[in-house]
Ligand binder design. Structure first.
Ligand code: A2P
Length: 344
């Protein structure tokens, strides 16, 4: 069978990656529709040797569509996903609009593919930082149990969209030219104050919420529990934006249930884990970096070591391309998994 696919937000940072993945993958596409805002209508992109015109997203855009990949912001998902579902499409949504809705499966195919069976027309793609962390933690959890996680992130600017990336470039040039950098978007377009990201580190991603945590931090906390299907795992997060274009890095501290686990035991589990590439050989300076992870679909793990004081505590460094596994690839992978499971 071949499918009629639509990308909503096809001109965005994530939408462009979706287009690239579908271009190269063996994904069975009958037709592809590129949707964005009115501003982009009429612009042309090429796909598998053909020219496709971008169209404005409207309620009538989804006639005959089987799979609609949404990545145009939560508001657009809320506005148009009901029309897409009504027209018979399966919506795979990259925004946070429905992630914590109890009726909506929140899926990372390596971790909880079975949740796809419960869908009611919409499947949510988790937050980018959460996805790469659970890909690395799930195989460890399955083997040794997982009691608590404390994560600090070093997140790339592309996660905030193409305009934020442009801001990083312009500010970097300004600083190198001896000028004052101007900030209009980061740390968060929706908040009042803006600070330069060039040559800086900003301990705010999304707006502040309960307990002094940002929404990005709450997303990592709540989404991890939902994806793993375990409300008892203790999770805490500090999310930081750094001046890297693409590729999120994370320092993850975790405690397993089993007190007799060694670093070698963790290596053994991660070396064959789905979607994971183990790069851990400090004697030869082998560890993952954002620059090397960009353009790849896997999650890279290294620097695994035992905590100095806590017997069942470990630290690791987890890196992945935030626009691919963190967004576009996880969405396309959900569609592929649904086909494989006979759900599409
Ligand atoms: P457009 O380029 O036409 O504004 P990013 O995350 O990189 O900022 O991208 C956001 C994506 O969401 C873009 O593809 C953008 O399209 C799309 N978008 C923004 N507003 C709308 C809208 N009202 N309807 C449909 N798509 C939208």
């Amino acid at each position: 069978k071949e499918y009629n696919v639509a990308i909503v937000g096809a001109t965005g940072a994530v939408g462009e990656k979706m287009l690239g993945l579908l271009e190269n993958a063996s994904f069975p596409i009958k037709s592809l529709k590129l949707l964005a805002s009115k501003r982009s209508a009429g612009k042309v992109k090429t796909f598998r040797g053909r020219e496709l015109q971008i169209e404005e997203t409207t309620e009538d855009s989804f006639e005959g569509i089987d799979i609609a990949l949404f990545s145009a912001g939560g508001g657009i998902t809320k506005q148009f996903s009901p029309a897409a579902i009504k027209a018979g499409a399966i919506v795979i949504d990259n925004t946070s609009a429905f992630r914590m809705d109890p009726e909506t499966p929140l899926v990372v195919p390596e971790v909880n593919p079975e949740d796809l069976r419960k869908h009611k027309g919409l499947i949510a793609n988790p937050n980018c930082s959460t996805i790469q962390m659970v890909v690395a933690l799930q195989p460890i959890r399955e083997k040794f149990g997982l009691d608590r996680v404390i994560v600090s992130t070093y997140q790339a600017v592309s996660g905030a969209g193409l305009h934020a990336l442009e801001e990083l470039e312009v500010q970097t040039r300004a600083v190198l030219d001896g000028e004052e950098p101007v900030a209009n978007i980061l740390p968060c377009g929706a908040d009042k104050k803006h600070f330069p990201i060039a040559f800086n580190a900003l301990p705010q991603i999304d707006v502040f919420s309960e307990g002094g945590y940002t929404y990005e931090e709450w997303k990592m906390i709540n989404e991890t529990k939902k994806i793993m299907g375990d409300q008892d795992i203790k999770v805490s997060a500090t999310c930081v934006r750094i001046p890297v274009m693409s590729g999120h890095s994370e320092s993850v501290y975790f405690e397993v249930d089993d007190k007799n686990v060694s670093v070698a035991d963790i290596w053994e589990v991660l070396k064959d884990a789905p979607g994971v590439v183990l790069q851990d050989d400090t004697t030869n300076q082998v560890y993952p970096t954002a620059r090397e992870a960009v353009g790849k679909n896997e999650t890279f793990v290294g620097r695994i070591r035992k905590d100095v004081d806590v017997d069942n505590g470990f630290h690791m460094w987890v890196v992945s391309d935030n626009l691919l596994k963190g967004a576009a690839w996880n969405s396309v992978q959900i569609a592929e998994k649904m086909i494989e499971m006979g759900l599409l």
